[in-house]
Design a protein around this ligand. Sequence first.
Ligand SMILES: Nc1ncnc2c1ncn2[C@@H]1O[C@H](COP(=O)(O)OP(=O)(O)O)[C@@H](O)[C@H]1O
Ligand SMILES: [Mg+2]
Length: 526
Amino acid sequence: MANETIKTAANAMDLSELFAGVIADFKPDSSVQKVGHVIQVGDGIARVTGLSAAMQGELLEFTAEDGRVISGLALNLEEDEIGAVLIGDVDAIKEHDVVRTTGRLVDVPVGEGLLGRVVDPLGVPLDGKGDIKYDARRPVEFKAPGVIERKGVHEPMQTGLIAVDSMIPIGRGQRELIIGDRQIGKTAIAIDTIINQRDTDVICVYVAIGQKASTVAGIVETLEAHGAMKNTIVVSASASDSAPMQYIAPMAGCAMGEHFIYTGADGKPANSVNKGRHVLCIYDDLSKQAVAYRQMSLTLRRPPGREAYPGDVFYLHSRLLERAVKLSDENGAGSLTALPIIETQAGDISAYIPTNVISITDGQIFLQSDLFFQGIRPAINPGISVSRVGGSAQIKAMKQVAGSLRLDLAQYREMEAFAQFGSDLDDATRQILNRGARVVELLKQPRYAPMPVEQQVLVIFAINKGFADEIEPERIGEFRDGLIQYITSANPEILKAIAEQKQISEETEGLMMEAIEAYAATYVDE
Ligand SMILES: Nc1ncnc2c1ncn2[C@@H]1O[C@H](COP(=O)(O)OP(=O)(O)O)[C@@H](O)[C@H]1O
Ligand SMILES: [Mg+2]
């Protein structure tokens, strides 16, 4: 027995040496260019024969009769033919056209030149502002860094929305899902978050999937108007683009963002001295990408699974979202934060794609239409929204005030049903209802008005300390905005102290109490 173990070990040694030799001698031959032909084409899908050497996910070159070259992606490798999706001008390709393998994966141009631009998923400009100067190319699919190359998420990615930054804080490198029915403010949250990055070191990538071209044009205009386009890339595969374009868009946008986390400001690879940058990627939305993928898969005759989606749609989304990362210091400490968006039907989060993406992300911002139509906007339900990264993504000052805010709101939601009994309530319950109604008002926020974190801390502090308890709920918004204006001009040192020390020191707390009292006095007099 012992002898046999030794013998097996010896054999294993021989084998591993043998393999080492084979691996050392292996020279990948990227010059091999196999040529095949299209045997059938339709709906952006081509069946190709004669390309036995093609790799899964390899970039193919289709040459149309008029000489135009169209890209394709090898997806179904079968024994004597392959199924490929055409990307770009799909109608140019006909039966019998020539197809070549390239030995490369599908890649997109990346670099500083993309900032401020609107492009399609292949990096072709859509904004009529002329050619783009690229620094390099990156494959659209990229294996996410492992744990060793990462470190914990610890810096805040401020959205500028009080409801999110206080109760569902997002950290740089996190994946937070924005989910809800149509037309209740999902895109609005994403756009406000981009606007809030305009004066920061964060580069934003907004990927529009399956939206109307006019909607995307409106978003670009909004970003321009708020000075947020200069550090933003917009990638658009609109509803009128082919399914493969919509399918590839989020991966392409991710690759364009990824370039910046692996590259320092000098354009050289990031490392412990040459810091990588911070990126925010928004995929609006992955429901439409899943539908495009389903369409492609059915046309490729892959077996349909649950809700007719192909079985690997989960893998598609997990590969994409795993690329959100906070890199370790040795890797330049850059970060890529992902905010995927999912549209639900009648609030049903138990459908296939929503459950998938919920399970892949680190938390969700749930929007609800009943809240939206009650005028609670952003229509976030804080009860079921979470961020699993949580407090480590908040500055200390926010942690100091946010805890009691969440508690006030939760108690309010519990007691709300009793509100109708009016005068029969005991004092404690009445106090909870009073405070809760004011917190709800505090969290309402108009679009395009992101609030710096120190201002958020100030207004939450004022509510916590009861300064607004006597003010009618309808006037809380006015009270809040007035307070910020007042402190900004009368006691700017308070906001400065919170912003710089990132905490509420005893001294700051004293100053705040005094200043807010003075403001509240002028407010009541009015
Ligand atoms: N905080 C808000 N305050 C006021 N209106 C809002 C707010 N958020 C969204 N809206 C409005 O609601 C509508 C739908 O928003 P949108 O973000 O496009 O929804 P979705 O992306 O969920 O379909 C838009 O007209 C938008 O202006
Ligand atoms: Mg939207």
